[in-house]
Write a protein of this length. Structure first.
Length: 412
């Protein structure tokens, strides 16, 4: 957690639980342990782990689970949300058991419209009754379908269905067969059909190009790290990090070779070569990306590009392909400030609840440098940006932390 926001000091003694917890989460880790998917089968009162044979034993960090007959074929399907990616998984139940089921959607009239609290008892010939209740919540951060599902064997014959509406007498329904029904309180079931219960198995194709642009309202000075070449003296400076085995990178470089971006000096950097020639600079690029997206130690999406203005302030970050017209527009608007800059930094118009316009806080960035163990780059940054850093009330504490870390590095 940045020094200016932690509220518990700079951690001079090396102990800062709040900072350690936030850094753990920023890396994409789970702070409650990895909750792998597990399925247990209730077999004569004894639970057995059947995860591997169900296909549900993925190594995701699971959180929530919802059950619903999504394809309305008579059996329950499963939606699972995860802490990591993919954040949502759908598991279609395709077990060829030969059974079927009945789905009931209830609507209240004298009770609540969603029939929350209604209890349905299904009686099949020579079988124990099944009971389901309409609820408004079904688990941790989860809400399964309010449709009530009853699983039935192929030979089962439904004798009757009892619906106990909240605050009312039971409604008895007979002569009903497996299927999908809507029942309004006091009325007979209405069967609804589906056009098809087939679900497309093919995932959406991965796009050959993607683009994402963040126009920053809080501009961070980066004079200490990105030297401005002479030919970029009076115009914006665009740094683009690429890798070899990247289709988007190749397409972007080909486009720029045929039509160089106007109004900006372009510098292409190969990530693999930079890792060999100047690994510290690559680490600083990674940290700059992490700083603005509040993440840590995750792979940078390539190509990644940084637009730097004539004052060596970071003004925009582009992930993926860069639209030439948008880049030109950003270069034209690179010197705007105040409310105009703040409004341009969001993807849609709206009304601001606060008139206060925040500016970048370099002290937080130095804190990230120190957390990463980059003491010399942090000292260099402090030297270059001394005037702005001195205005921060926590700057003296930052200097103390830097000196303490340097002392720890020297002490055998």
């Amino acid at each position: 957690m940045p020094l200016g926001n932690s509220g518990i000091g700079p951690g001079l003694d090396g102990s800062d639980p709040a900072r350690q917890l936030q850094e753990y989460v920023r890396r994409g880790a789970s702070f409650s342990g990895n909750e792998a998917h597990v399925v247990f089968n209730n077999e004569k009162g004894s639970f057995k782990n059947v995860s591997s044979i169900t296909g549900l034993d993925s190594k995701d960090d699971g959180r929530s689970v919802c059950f619903t007959d999504w394809d309305l074929d008579g059996d329950l399907d499963i939606w699972i949300s995860n802490r990591n990616g993919p954040q949502i998984r759908f598991f279609q139940n395709s077990n060829p058991s030969g059974g079927h089921g009945i789905n009931i959607h209830l609507s209240g009239k004298s009770c609540n419209k969603d029939a929350i609290g209604a209890r349905v008892i299904l009686k099949a010939r020579d079988k124990s009754p099944q009971t389901r209740t309409v609820t408004a919540g079904s688990g941790f951060l989860a809400q399964s379908s309010k449709n009530l599902h009853f699983g039935l064997a192929k030979e089962d014959v439904i004798e009757e269905m009892q619906i106990h509406w909240p605050g009312n007498k039971a409604q008895i329904i007979s002569n009903i067969v497996p299927g999908n029904y809507h029942i309004e309180q006091g009325s007979e079931p209405i069967e609804f059909k589906v056009r098809s219960n087939e679900i497309a198995k093919e995932p959406n194709p991965y796009p050959e190009t993607f683009n994402d642009r963040t126009f920053l309202s809080q501009r961070l000075p980066l004079t200490a790290f990105f030297g401005r070449p002479p030919e970029a003296k009076d115009k914006p400076f665009l740094i683009c990090l690429t890798v070899e085995d990247c289709q988007v990178c190749a397409a972007q470089k080909k486009e720029w070779k045929e039509s160089p971006p106007a109004g900006v000096h372009l510098q292409l950097i190969n990530q693999s070569k930079l890792a060999l020639t100047d690994p510290e600079k690559l680490q600083i690029i990674q940290l700059t990306y992490d700083h603005f997206f509040d993440i840590s130690e995750r792979n940078i999406p390539t190509p990644i590009s940084f637009l730097i203005d004539q004052k060596n302030r970071l003004c925009a970050i582009y992930r993926g392909h860069i639209d030439q017209d948008l880049l030109l527009e950003d270069c034209i608007n690179i010197n705007i400030n105040g409310s105009e800059l703040r409004s341009r930094s969001v993807p849609f118009s709206g009304q601001w609840t606060s008139k206060q316009i925040l500016s970048a806080r370099p002290l937080n960035f130095v804190e990230d440098l120190l957390d990463a163990g980059l003491l010399d780059p942090a000292a260099n940054y402090i030297n270059k940006e001394m005037n702005s850093l001195k205005e921060d009330e926590l700057f003296p504490m930052l200097l103390k932390r830097l000196e303490a870390l340097k002392s720890d590095r020297i002490t055998p």
